[in-house]
Design a protein around this ligand. Sequence first.
Ligand code: MG
Length: 167
Amino acid sequence: MSTPAYRIGLGHDTHRLGPNRALILGGVRIEHDRGLLGHSDADIVLHAITDALLGALALGDIGELFPDTDPANKDTDSRVFLNKALQLVRARGWSPVNIDCTIHAQRPKLASHKPTIRQSLANLLDLPLDAVSVKAKTGEHVGPIGREEAMSADAVVLLSRELKVES
Ligand code: MG
């Protein structure tokens, strides 16, 4: 006999905004006059989801797996980080059930980009669309988000696995 077991994970990430950088959110390139600064491609959405996946199984965090002091991680496509975290999760017999994310950005307006980001995350995580939620918030013109100094992202992920139980 088996019974489902569940784990939940939480992730958060912030990067500063700057000129002459591509803005990439959830693996999608978004037209904007600024981009997120970072050692990798600075995709806050994928970084938050990667940390949520690692957190669900207490496997550390993205900084431990991919130190920003390692030249190998420079300008890395963050899908590499996400795929590594997924590999670690699946190797232990767990799979994502659903994810929920919030992106905090004053500009650009993300309403028209949310469906594309959602589809991108569904593809990357191999999840049905109705198991992937992408929400967006402005910073109400206050704080580092509102002043367009930074963007951030939050993510929660639920994992499940079938556990054998004595009948
Ligand atoms: Mg990051």
